[in-house]
Design a protein around this ligand. Structure first.
Ligand SMILES: *Cc1c(COP(=O)(O)O)cnc(C)c1O
Length: 217
């Protein structure tokens, strides 16, 4: 699907929900995609991208930043503490603050460097063992903890279980954000971004619908 088509679908979904499309940030998830394909999307004027590995992002984005103005890079994958410094240097936003130890590490580095990307706290709305994220019952306390560390928490992020209706998870995330006074909601991927927009997503993370299937190997 073309970028223009995705933008049109976002606009339509926003309108249906009585929202402004300009309140929704489309993060084009470029992980694993060949650089030529990423450059095509940059040439179409898009500037907001997502990667899920620090190392892959470091190999790609400094060069693109040298060639194109105004790039915003969002890290959306699990973040190891020992990569936090590099992640903070590379990214404009990190969507996967998912545990106390990472919060204290980010806070220490933010103190030291005087800089911190926008942060989203990942909530494991499906309470899946294999997924990272704070459990819903622990979310309020963790949000308070992150705020007490002066971290710039903009919102919450979730990845619903593949075999469940995503709207229930999006609604739960929205509810937790609302009661904590958080505006940002990072939710919705290629298969469900319109549902996410209907439920208040401010950041949608769309990969394969824009770039085509990822070819690993
Ligand atoms: C890969 C990825 C996406 C994009 O997935 P698509 O189904 O290709 O749109 C979104 N969010 C996260 C956290 C991802 O890792």
């Amino acid at each position: 699907m073309s970028l223009a088509e995705i933008n049109a679908r976002v606009e339509k979904a926003a309108k249906r929900a009585g929202r402004e499309a300009s309140d929704i940030t489309l993060i084009a998830v470029s992980k694993v995609q060949p650089n030529e394909r990423v450059a095509m999307i940059l040439d179409e004027g898009h500037r907001c991208f997502g990667e899920n590995k620090v190392q892959e992002a470091a190999g790609k984005w400094p060069d693109f930043r040298a060639q194109y103005d105004g790039i915003a890079l969002h890290l959306i994958g699990p973040l190891q503490t020992n990569k936090a410094r590099q992640a903070m240097e590379l990214a404009d936003a990190i969507h996967t603050l998912d545990r106390p130890r990472l919060a204290t590490t980010l806070a220490r580095l933010a103190q030291e460097t005087g800089h911190c990307p926008d942060l989203f706290i990942q909530v494991n709305t499906g309470e899946e063992d294999q997924k990272s994220g704070i459990l819903p019952k622990d979310a309020d306390a963790f949000i308070a903890e992150a705020r007490a560390l002066d971290l710039p928490v903009q919102g919450l992020m979730c990845i619903p279980p593949v075999d469940e209706e995503p709207s229930l998870h999006f609604a739960l995330l929205a509810k937790i954000a609302e009661r904590n006074g958080l505006k940002g909601l990072s939710m919705g991927m290629s298969g469900d971004f319109e549902t996410a927009v209907a439920l208040g997503a401010t950041h949608i993370r769309v990969g394969s619908a824009i770039f085509g299937e990822r070819v690993y190997g």
